[in-house]
Design a protein around this ligand. Structure first.
Ligand code: ZN
Length: 352
């Protein structure tokens, strides 16, 4: 008897490219959202994008409320929810790098309101997905929320963002290789639900980025275009899968663990990139994939060692040995690495 079913939740309007910020009001109007927008942003993205959007709304007779957040924390989410309770917005808009978008996403889920994502940096795939990662006390891993109703990614703005944010976004995409390898493994060993479409899309996205890595260069709008398109495609893979599996495996567990051990030391994408080198080594022994991943990261200027991440080698070993405890997700780490094996892994791959 056939009893399978799936529910794919995708963003409805995805605008990517030169000058699309100017079409924000149109793109949102087209969603038939009602009421006042609540814009969640932080100081720099406010200056480059949020104030412009607010002016465009004002010209249409809509008066958005703007709230600035400083830190990616549960407190910031609570502040947004609190503010929303007084203004009763029709929907939320996150404008910024990772932080304001994740916070707007979580607050919107809590408030049962729609949410629009306007990234000002192509730094990670959370700009399109329904996953959000905000530290809650000592805990930090991604939690499920709703995917954005619309994504508006203006390459003029993304190209102006600090270069390391773009290399972090690229590394997040490259890590799809090990995420999919882990997903396949979990499927074969533990019967985890697996989507061939989502896995293929995720791998193809990483492959296309690696193939064009040589032309991903600072300050070029084309580079921002290549990376943000890949982030969108990765987000779509997660929507199809109905989980973050296509883009999050052991390399993400490793990165979430590093966030606890050495908070704020390096960017998310850079940490998962280095994690991906090591997890690929575990998947493939000395042959193949891990060297390709390391070469791809090098070619886009992303870190490949603990020193380049600015993280103590002992912290890398600690994170490797304990990453499997982060959440109940089967990966190549299985029930955990012995500390001696973790050290050897980091040494063999040149990370420490
Ligand atoms: Zn990621």
């Amino acid at each position: 008897m056939f009893d399978k079913s799936s529910w794919i939740r995708l963003p409805r309007n995805v605008l990517v490219g030169h000058g699309v910020l100017d079409r924000t009001v149109d793109a949102i109007e087209e969603l038939h959202l009602h009421g006042q927008p609540l814009i969640v942003t932080s100081p720099t993205p406010r200056a480059v994008a949020a104030d412009r959007i607010a002016e465009d709304f004002a010209a249409e007779g809509v008066d958005p409320v703007i709230i600035e957040i400083e830190a990616a924390s549960r407190d910031s989410v609570e502040r947004v929810i609190e503010r929303a309770r007084t203004v009763d917005p029709g929907y939320l808009i996150g404008v910024g790098g990772g932080k304001p978008i994740d916070i707007a996403k979580l607050a919107a889920a809590d408030l049962h309101r729609g949410f629009v994502s306007i990234p000002t940096a192509a730094s990670h795939d959370g700009i399109v997905s329904g996953r959000a990662s905000v530290p809650d006390g000592d805990v930090r891993h991604s939690v499920a929320a709703d995917p954005p109703l619309a994504v508006i990614a203006d390459t003029t703005i993304l190209a102006e963002a600090p270069w390391e944010l773009t290399t972090a976004g690229s590394a997040d995409i490259i890590s799809n290789y090990t995420a999919v390898a882990d997903w396949r493994l979990a499927h074969r060993l533990k019967g985890a639900p697996f989507s061939q479409y989502a896995a293929a899309l995720s791998e193809m996205t990483a492959e296309m980025l690696v193939d064009t890595a040589d032309s991903v260069l600072p300050g070029l709008e084309e580079s921002a275009w290549v990376v943000v398109k890949a982030l969108v495609s990765s987000g779509v893979a997660m929507s199809i899968a109905g989980s973050s599996r296509p883009a999050s495996g052991a390399e993400h567990l490793f990165s979430h663990r590093l966030d606890q051990i050495a908070p704020g030391a390096a960017l998310h994408g850079h940490q998962v990139g280095v994690g991906s080198i090591m997890m690929a080594y575990l998947h493939g022994g000395d042959r193949g994939m891990w060297r390709n991943i390391r070469a791809a990261l090098e070619s886009i200027d992303a870190p490949t060692t603990a020193a380049e991440l600015g993280i103590d080698p002992e912290d890398i070993i600690e994170a490797l040995a304990t990453a499997h405890d982060i959440r109940d997700r089967y990966t190549i780490l299985g029930d955990g690495l012995e500390r001696s094996a973790a050290r050897e892994l980091a040494q063999e791959t040149g990370v420490i």
